[in-house]
Design a protein around this ligand. Structure first.
Ligand code: GCO
Ligand code: MN
Ligand code: MN
Ligand code: MN
Length: 386
């Protein structure tokens, strides 16, 4: 039981299990792992795929010959294991050239370089079979607004995304693009800080149908928001293209904790939402092992992410089968077919009929919907006594 299999579509980034434990105050605590070694290890523990930034695989200064050599080894590992590369992305944050933004930099040369680098990374992703392309604008932001760049930045951002969508179509890559909002870190403030902001921005693009979201647990949590609600809004808009699972304490630095390590109840309702909604994309873990760990700890971390997901998935099924819980939900959602017909869609007749109705306002206000009991049963189910 709880054994991860490729059909569960669990994916990890090369940068996640490959994380060497560097932080702003300390040096790496683990040696780097080779990309093809990561592929074999991920296959061994039951993952479905591996995702990458261009430079996770091909160092930025690699020669054409080096590129070919690395790609050959990596492709062989994919072939040997059956692992896929469902998502690719660009490192537009590590290089000092991007210190004041990539697509949104006030420097036209940086913007042009960012486009060039992304097109090349899209070529690489397409060669590896990726169908989702992520834009995490880690450096697209500001510490100070004295430069007066915000409106320009948004215009440049739009220009870049429109350009790259056309490039993808022109090359026949068929990418779907997923914007990944984050409120801050590494920038003091990042543009398009939360899911809602990204959804609003997508509506202003030339080809909005090609763009959706890659929401991340930690990012909405850093902003103090309810991640489950954010994901629900993305699903409602038909825009959940990908998802980054991890965990995070609210109000802290970006922690990238193992999935379910911190907010178990949120993780539970998230898994339930993903499973109930029929989301069939990858369950990507964008997290890393604690800096204290050695390589054994890295694989414990990776297995833990998947195992917790599968346990919560089973809990969600149990929640759906639990008679008392389902009866409570049934009572909570008061049904009235005649009223539902009146309110479902505007017509003059419906409006007139509705205006003529009398409601027992006081009775409505008196009713206790039973949420205390329902929530306690949820907790007991999660704690394993139900
Ligand atoms: C972060 C982000 C990144 C992105 C990654 C892929 O907080 O650092 O979540 O890990 O997800 O760059 O776009
Ligand atoms: Mn993150
Ligand atoms: Mn992070
Ligand atoms: Mn992420």
């Amino acid at each position: 039981a709880y054994e991860p299999k490729p059909e569960h579509k669990f994916t990890f980034g090369l940068w996640t299990v490959g994380n060497v434990g560097r932080d702003p105050f300390g040096l790496p605590t683990r040696p780097p792992l080779e990309p093809d070694y990561i592929v074999y290890k991920l296959a061994e523990i039951g993952a479905y795929g591996v995702n990458l930034h261009d430079n996770d695989l091909i160092p930025v200064e690699a020669t054409e010959a080096e590129r070919e050599r690395i790609l050959k080894r990596f492709k062989k590992a994919l072939q040997d294991t059956g692992l896929v590369v469902p998502m690719a992305t660009t490192n537009l944050f590590g290089d000092p050239a991007f210190k004041d933004g990539a697509f949104t930099s006030p420097d036209a040369r940086v913007r042009a370089y960012a486009l060039q680098k992304t097109m090349r990374a899209m070529d690489l992703g397409a060669e590896l079979g990726a169908k989702t392309y992520v834009f995490w604008g880690g450096r697209e932001g500001a510490e100070v607004d004295a430069g007066g760049n915000v409106l320009d930045a948004l215009a440049h951002y739009r220009e870049a995304l429109n350009f790259l969508a056309e490039y993808s179509e022109d090359q026949g890559y068929g990418y779907r693009f997923a914007l990944e909002p984050k409120p801050n870190e590494p920038r003091g403030d990042i543009y398009l800080p939360v899911v809602g902001a990204a959804l609003g921005f997508i509506a202003t693009l030339d080809k909005p149908h090609l763009f959706g979201l890659n929401p991340e647990v930690a990012h909405e949590t850093m902003a103090g928001l309810n991640f489950v609600h954010a994901v629900a809004q993305a699903i409602d808009a038909g825009k959940l293209f990908h998802i980054d699972l991890n965990d995070q304490k609210m109000g802290r630095f970006d922690q990238d904790l193992r999935f379910g390590a911190e907010n178990l109840k949120t993780a539970f309702f998230l898994v339930k939402l993903l499973e109930d909604s029929g989301y069939d994309g990858p369950r990507h873990f964008d997290a890393h092992a604690l800096r204290t760990e050695d390589e054994a700890g890295v694989w414990e971390f990776a297995k833990g992410c998947m195992r917790t997901y599968l346990i919560l998935k089973e809990k969600a099924e149990r929640f759906g089968r639990d008679r008392e819980i389902q009866d409570l939900i049934g009572a909570y959602k008061v049904q009235d077919e005649a009223l539902a017909r009146l309110t479902a869609k505007y017509s003059r007749e419906n409006a007139r009929a509705l205006k003529g109705l009398e409601f027992d306002r006081e009775a409505l206000g008196r009713r206790g919907p039973g949420l205390e009991r329902l929530d306690q049963l949820t907790v007991e189910l999660l704690l394993g006594v139900r």
